[in-house]
Write a protein that binds this ligand. Sequence first.
Ligand code: ZN
Length: 492
Amino acid sequence: MNSPKLILLLFLIIQSLGMCTSVQVFHQETGEKDNLKILDGVAETFISTYDLARVLSSKLYVNNDRQKIVLYLREHRIKLSSETSFIIINEQIYQMSHVSIGVEEDIYLPAESFFSILQMAVLPRIIYNPIKQLLDINIVDFNITGLNIEEKANGTILRIKTRERFSNGNISAFKHNNGWFYLTIKGGIIDSAEVKRTDTRGVVRKVVADQFDESVQLAFQLRSNIEGFEFYQSTKPDEIVVTLRAPLSKSAARIKEVKNRWRLNTIVLDAGHGGKDGGTVGKYGVKEKNITLDITKRIGRLVEKNTHIKVVHTREEDIFIPLWKRTKIANENNGKLFISIHANASPNRNVRGFETYLLSPGKTSDAIEVASRENAVIQLEDQQQKKYSGENLIMATMVQSTHMKDSEEFAGIIQNELASGINSKNRGVKQAGFYVLIGASMPNVLIEVGFLSNPTEEKKLKKASYRQQIAEAVYSAIFKFRNTKEKLLAKG
Ligand SMILES: [Zn+2]
């Protein structure tokens, strides 16, 4: 017997029993009552998609030829077809308990399983009572919409995507000694279907989301012990960020492993500024962005000519590259050394010399001034990507400290080489909070090759031969640094 005949038969049997012909609907917010049309004469309750769209005030798109209906509920897209148990919500496939039934243009869906899918994927507060055939509608959207887990050298970051900001008072967390980490968010309504799709990595083995009346609890099963954790609500994007710190001994082992892998096979050269960001400009019109590009190209040529080290330039033309992207390029290319070249400026025209910087919170007022000038470009960055706050800063500093000793050593060699290679003043190694160095997963330095604000130094920097001398000194520093490090590794 084919299904239309079967339905007809059931229709005749059940109609005579006088079943109710609609699902009663109650709108929580307005208190309004309504009825949702169901298919007469079948044992299961099948609801009308057309009527559901009316009840939920959602838009419909109907393709009659192919017996398909797309239901638009806010940003969610629900694709329905007749004669199938599958439905597609936001490109995810769900299966209902029964095959849908096409009646003329309409598609009837098995109520109980359809509503449970709808509740899981789209409307967390819709409640259907199959026995009483009662549908309780409370159109509340999820405010916790997903989870991302990132593994870092010294820990794991959990990013819980939120649609609103939760105050820290509404977030609580604790690590249970049963090996689970719990995060409770008061007022949270979680898209648990989305959370289920999270790729677990790092210290997280498994994630379970539990929706309670007034809160959400996320439980993370940990693969190994954690040293501690921090959390906070971040904005732009709105997310709750949790950092799970690996125990020190473990991260020490990891750092050692990273260090043992160190071979200087790729170097990243970063020409400061570029494009709309000109950097500082001297009295005779020499622009920092041009000086830095020329010097990095010269260094690159020397490295390529004399070694097998691969050279990656963050820019090779006069173009604008945001600071965050420069370290991204360096990390993506698996760079082993990051050198950012800049030229300095001072209100005092007598000040001259070269200096090499390491990333660290500003120590001296001098350093702060240089850093704030070099960081000023952040204002020019189109998307205003605030990559350097909160957990990025925690993690970046953690990574940074891994390479601090090497960066410091490299900076020292650079200063020595410059001192013997060019006729200028050695201003030493300094520390400041340069954004361009934040997040570089490799030893990194920023060299201020000279002061464009000093007319004599500007004239020198204008000469190709002087820039070549600088490039040769930096190249020689790279060479020496590599030799010391690789020799050390061979010994170890
Ligand atoms: Zn600069």
